[in-house]
Design a protein around this ligand. Structure first.
Ligand SMILES: N[C@@H](CCC(=O)N[C@@H](CS)C(=O)NCC(=O)O)C(=O)O
Length: 222
C-alpha cells in the first residue's frame, strides 16, 4: 500500500514530481496533503518523515523521503513500468537531466516559485540575479531541445514517451507558463503537451481550489 505525503498542490513543486510520475505510471496510491508553512505544518510533517519535508512516500512500513529516493524506490518496486527511456543513450541523458534538475537551478527556483495560479512576469531583480535567472532558463531550454531533437520521436515528451525526466521538469512547465517566459515552437509544443496531460490538469484543478495563500518569501524553492 502506497501513500504519498504532499504539500499544497498549487505551490509544492517537489510534491508534484513523484505524484505525476506515479499517476503517469498508473500506480494506485493514497495521498495525504499537509499545507505548508503554517504553525502546524512542521509537527505534521515530522509525524511522517524525519526530514520534515514533502514529498515523502510510505510504502507499507517503509518511509522514503526526498524526490530522487522516492522515484528510485518506485522504479525498483515496479520495474515493469517505463520510468526511464528504453534506449541506453536516451536513458543516460534522461538520468543526467533529472539529476541536474534535482541539484541545480537555484535562481530559477528562487525567482520563479511555482504557482499554478500565476500569470505574471518576473520583475525588479538586480542585474546579477536577472542574468542568473536567464542562464537557468536558457539551460532548461537547451536540455529540452537536445532531448526532443535526439530522442523525442516516439511521442510529445522529452524522450518521446513520458519518463521521470518529464516529472522532474513538470514544475518548470508551470513556471514558464505562469511567468510568461518566451518560448519558441519546440518549447511551446512541449509545454502544451505537458499541460494537456490529464494528471497535470487534475493537479492544477486541485491547486486552484486551495485556499492557502503563500508569500514568495516562504521558500518553496523546488
Ligand atoms: N530535496 C527535497 C526537497 C523537498 C522540499 O524542499 N520540499 C518543500 C516543499 S516543495 C518542503 O517540504 N518544505 C517544508 C519545510 O521545509 O518546512 C526533495 O527532493 O524532495
Amino acid at each position: 500500500m502506497l501513500t504519498l505525503i504532499i504539500g499544497n498542490k498549487n505551490y509544492s513543486s517537489w510534491s508534484l514530481r513523484p505524484w505525476l510520475a506515479m499517476k503517469q505510471m498508473g500506480l494506485e496510491f493514497d495521498e495525504i496533503r499537509i499545507p505548508l508553512y503554517l504553525p502546524s505544518s512542521k509537527p505534521d510533517l515530522l509525524r511522517y518523515s524525519p526530514a520534515g519535508k514533502v514529498p515523502t512516500l510510505l510504502d507499507g512500513d517503509l518511509t522514503v523521503w526526498d524526490t530522487a529516493a522516492i522515484l528510485g524506490h518506485l522504479a525498483e518496486c515496479f520495474p515493469e513500468k517505463p520510468w526511464w527511456p528504453e534506449d541506453k543513450a536516451a536513458r543516460a541523458m534522461a538520468r543526467s537531466a533529472s539529476a541536474e534538475m534535482h541539484s541545480s537551478f537555484v535562481p530559477l527556483r528562487t525567482h520563479m516559485p511555482m504557482s499554478c495560479k500565476a500569470d505574471k512576469r518576473v520583475s525588479g531583480l538586480a542585474a546579477t540575479e536577472q542574468r542568473a535567472l536567464d542562464a537557468d532558463i536558457a539551460r532548461v531550454k537547451q536540455i529540452w531541445r537536445s532531448a526532443r531533437q535526439q530522442f523525442g520521436e516516439g511521442g510529445d515528451c522529452l524522450f518521446g514517451q513520458f519518463s521521470i525526466a518529464d516529472a522532474m521538469y513538470a514544475p518548470v512547465v508551470w513556471r514558464f507558463k505562469g511567468y510568461n517566459v518566451e518560448l519558441d515552437g519546440l518549447e511551446q509544443a512541449y509545454v502544451d503537451a505537458m499541460l494537456a496531460l490529464p494528471a497535470m490538469q487534475d493537479w492544477a484543478k486541485a491547486g486552484l481550489a486551495e485556499v492557502e495563500q503563500m508569500a514568495e518569501t516562504d521558500g518553496l524553492y523546488g
